[in-house]
Every structure is written in structure tokens, then in C-alpha cells.
Design a protein around this ligand. Structure first.
Ligand code: GRF
Length: 181
């Protein structure tokens, strides 16, 4: 399987996937790492790993303060086609994809989300779980559908929330599980 891993940030999940592919735990290879941000730290990490990288800079698709989503998504298709990607992995990719895009790749887009979905879709999941005094939190790998963080679940990992946890300690505990699942 040829994977495209889409990132916007640090790319630690991308690195975990690359390692799992390299040592045979995932029967796949990363065909391309795509970032929607020029300053994503994960781009440098991908280059260090010798992976092909492509930048589809989202900021270039802003028109009058709004995202030209069809233009941005058409540009995203180029590296996918060029590198013959079969499965798309959203690993900290912070752009929401349109229903059209998701349907074109139906059943072939996975996302990693830092909560035990269906609890806490969207942003700031660690802060919200702490504010709600949850005792458990975690991460979910799921298929992507047009509904934000709403597609069928594939795998989850739970962690305890401990007394004295803050966002940093909790997100580190969740991140470690993300890298496994
Ligand atoms: C992770 O917490 C992931 O669940 C979320 O974005 C973060 C990406 O982290 N979707 P990294 O860039 O893989 O380190």
C-alpha cells in the first residue's frame, strides 16, 4: 500500500508510521508526506527520513480572507496522483476536507484524533477533557467522512487522567498511545 501522510505540525505520528512501515509492522510504504504549512516541523523530519515531501501551502489559496477550498483541494490531488497514493493518512492535518474530496477518496482516508470519539470531536480536546473532570481520555483512529471527526472508528487507546495533570502531561500521555495505534 502506498500511503500519503498529510501533516500540518510536528509530524510525530508521521515518524511513528514511517518507523512501523520500515520494520514491517505496517505492510505499507510512505509514498509522500504532504504539508499544508510551509513551517510544519514534520517536513524537515520527513526529509531526514528520506521521504518524498510536497508542500501544498494553504495560505496561497486565501481569497479575500477566505479559503478557496476547491483550488486548495485540486492542488492536493497533484502530489497524490504524482506519487500514486492509495491511502491517505491525516496525521495532525489541520485543514478540513470537503465532502467532494472525501467522497472521491471514500474508504481510503484515515485520521488520528486526540480523544475517545465520539467524545470531544474538534479542537482543544485535552483542555476540554480536563475541564470536564473526565477520568479517562485517549486517542482514536477512524475513517474520514464528511462529518468532522465523525467517521467509523477503527482503533482506540485510552489513558487515565491523573490528579495534577495539565494539558502538557495529558497530551504527552495521549501522544504516546497515538504512536502505537
Ligand atoms: C495529534 O495529537 C493528532 O491526534 C492530532 O494532531 C496531533 C498531531 O501530532 N490530529 P503530530 O504532528 O503527529 O506530532
Amino acid at each position: 500500500m502506498r500511503l500519503a501522510v498529510l501533516i500540518s505540525g510536528a509530524g510525530s505520528n508521521m515518524v511513528a508510521i514511517a518507523q512501523a512501515c520500515a520494520d514491517g509492522r505496517i505492510p505499507a510504504q510512505i509514498a509522500v508526506v504532504i504539508s499544508d504549512r510551509a513551517d510544519a516541523r514534520g517536513m524537515a523530519r520527513a526529509r531526514e527520513l528520506g521521504l518524498p515531501v510536497a508542500l501544498v501551502d494553504r495560505s496561497r489559496f486565501r481569497r479575500d480572507g477566505r479559503l478557496d477550498r476547491p483550488g486548495f483541494e485540486a492542488a492536493l490531488e497533484e502530489p497524490l496522483r504524482q506519487h500514486q497514493a492509495e491511502v491517505l493518512i491525516l496525521a495532525g492535518f489541520m485543514s478540513v476536507l470537503s465532502a467532494d474530496f472525501v467522497e472521491r477518496h471514500a474508504g481510503r482516508i484515515l485520521n488520528i484524533h486526540p480523544s475517545l470519539l465520539p467524545a470531544y470531536p474538534g479542537l482543544d480536546t485535552h483542555a476540554r477533557a480536563l475541564a470536564a473532570a473526565e477520568r479517562r481520555h485517549g486517542a482514536t483512529v477512524h475513517f474520514v467522512t464528511a462529518e468532522l471527526d465523525g467517521g467509523p472508528l477503527i482503533l482506540q487507546a485510552a489513558v487515565p487522567i491523573l490528579g495534577g495533570d495539565d494539558i502538557a502531561s495529558l497530551s504527552a500521555r495521549v501522544h504516546a498511545q497515538e504512536h502505537i495505534i
